[in-house]
Design a protein around this ligand. Structure first.
Ligand code: AMP
Length: 227
């Protein structure tokens, strides 16, 4: 029987810490499958599924979706990725979610993006999107040519409900209260790797170097197991 060492990474960080961008780069550089809990929820919301409708009421208020709903949803998705190396983004966000995850797999490493809250607040509240295409603008460093208007279609830009200032404050408070204990949970297990900084482009090379040092082990063990 061929035993595969499957790489199971989790990426954590407050909303707006650059998790999405870093995840995309990890996936491109290392060929892991990417599962984002926020993306899974947004697909459900767009398809107006039962879970989507329920989730939207929490998300729009800057609250976390209840653990049982979230855990069931993510477990279903992870089942489809059983044979792959993966990177999980946005889950777990509470200790009960982390415990549920531990029951089905052994996490290899947890990448923690540590970005100061004041920087994040500024970043999130300046983010505007073109709803139809998903194009993202930032009024500070990537503004549209005409304020409030999409460059390509000329259609109006919108601010995601969860990027509105009052909601951002709630999301950051939820992170502090519910997700910080998850960092402790993984720190105690000795698998937490923290990357501090204010700019994604400066954090990324360090994350890359770290994963490059971890992933060859996986490839080598896989190769050895297949001989
Ligand atoms: P994100 O795009 O990861 O910031 O997720 C958007 C929103 O979805 C969050 O603000 C939460 O309301 C909800 N959400 C995403 N992942 C989880 C999770 N693991 N547990 C509970 N709620 C979640």
């Amino acid at each position: 029987m061929v035993f595969r060492v499957l790489f199971r990474a989790v990426i954590m960080g407050p909303p707006g810490s650059g998790k999405g961008t870093i995840s995309d780069r990890i996936v491109k550089s290392f060929g892991l499958k990417h599962l984002s809990s926020g993306d899974v929820l947004r697909v459900n919301i767009n398809n107006t599924t039962e879970i989507g409708l329920l989730a939207k009421s929490y998300i729009d208020q800057g609250q976390l979706v209840p653990d049982e709903v979230m855990t069931r949803l993510i477990m279903q998705e992870l089942k489809k990725l059983e044979q792959h190396h993966w990177l999980l983004d946005g889950f777990p966000r509470t200790v009960p979610q982390a415990e549920a995850l531990d029951k089905i797999c052994q996490i290899s490493t947890v990448i923690n993006l540590d970005v100061p809250f004041d920087i994040i607040y500024q970043r999130l509240t300046s983010r505007w999107i073109h709803a139809a295409s998903g194009r993202v603008y930032n009024t500070d460093f990537n503004p549209p040519k005409v304020p409030g208007i999409d460059d390509l279609t000329g259609e109006p830009l919108i601010q995601r409900n969860d990027d509105k200032p009052e909601t951002v404050t709630k999301r950051l408070n939820a992170y502090e209260a519910q997700t910080k204990p998850v960092l402790e949970y993984y720190r105690t297990k000795g698998i937490l790797e923290t990357f501090s900084g204010t700019e994604t482009n400066k954090i990324w090379p360090r994350v890359h170097a770290y994963l490059a040092s971890k992933l060859p082990d996986v490839s080598r063990q896989e190769a050895a197991n297949q001989v």
